[in-house]
Design a protein around this ligand. Sequence first.
Ligand code: FAD
Ligand code: SF4
Length: 398
Amino acid sequence: MTSTARKHHKAKGLKPGSVRPAKELCSECGLCDTSYIHYVKEACAFINQQIPELETQSHGRARDLDNPEELYFGVHDTMMAARKIEPIAGAQWTGIVSTIAIEMLTQGKVEGVVCVQNTAEDRFQPMPVIARTPEEILAARVNKPTLSPNLSILEEVEQSGMKRLLVIGVGCQIQALRAVEKELGLEKLYVLGTPCVDNVTRAGLQKFLDTTSRSPDTVVHYEFMQDFRVHFKHEDGSTETVPFFGLNTKELKDVFAPSCMSCFDYTNALADLVVGYMGAPFGWQWIMVRNETGQELLDSAWNQLETQPVMSKGDRRNAVQQSIPAYDKGVTLPMWAAKLMGVVIERVGPKGLEYARFSIDSHFTRNYLYVKRQHPEKLEEHVPEFAKKIVGQYQLPD
Ligand code: FAD
Ligand code: SF4
């Protein structure tokens, strides 16, 4: 054990429900549930934004702000659209994340996988675990659309004596993980990330379901899709779609967690491999290989995937500029108008990477305004340069 590794053992994790060092901005990433709270001032994504430094540490270089694709999506070697030839039933999309995790384990490249299952009582209550069998990984498939304390297992990692580990997580969890990576005593860490945006507390999720779905209690899965609709899947297998533009923005304005309203790491800049959907055609997943370790992750499941190059169509900029004041004022369209607008936008609207840029621009402008108004003292240091450049393309209200 190194002397630094010993240091944090003196610290004690906080009790559930107690105020975290990042206060209302805390995303409950789990770090502060453990003795690694010792590092919180440097490691917390909401106290010490250090994405560029950690990009260099993780990928060997910082993102090139003059390269338009890196500016938006972060350091990467390759990007593609992909899907499982045989999708995993019940996965969020086609199950590429679960498949890679299972392959890494069964091929003996890792001894365990940090992922998040749900509790027996509540399908949306996250329960982080270190999975050691394919069944345990499969039990973690599908998004838990709630803040999840994935890093609460850090002490268990250390106690288990594991040397090769795969961690699946979203941006804020991965930022803190990268900051303490050297203290974990691992020989090899693999990081498989997903993009993440607009997450909620468990109570916030209930409010969203109650305001938006016709049958909140039977929702098993939902996603904000590229066709500008929220798709809910219900227990009986039926699908319900609600256009984004018909969402009750006034009611929902404060449903998203303050951490997510101040996050600029939508595309998980520090993961080795990122698997999402928003840069890919409908029905496909979007893959970004950030470094050699990411390539190794992708290679592990390569023969189970079909792929195609990424594409980009349309121009997002007007739609983003117009959405800024609309969101700001909490405008809600009547449902018929929302449906019509959804159809028009779907036909002429941004597709592929341009849709991903649409989503990044909309969220970064919204979040920039949020930080500027709620935490003006944090604005300068908390917003990374790449996000400032993206936001700078638009006119924002005061
Ligand atoms: P699966 O094989 O179903 O595996 C899902 C994995 O996600 C599991 O291993 C599980 O451990 C992990 N996981 C589930 N919930 C959480 C959580 N709360 N925190 C950390 N890890 C979790 N992609 C986009 O392109 N654009 C988006 O806007 C976007 N928003 C997202 C918002 C949230 C809250 C989350 C969790 C993901 C989001 N994603 C987004 C990623 C996308 O929805 C899929 O998770 C991804 O494409 C993987 O799909 P899959 O079928 O391969 O995953
Ligand atoms: Fe601690 Fe994580 Fe919350 Fe930051 S986001 S205060 S590191 S639990």
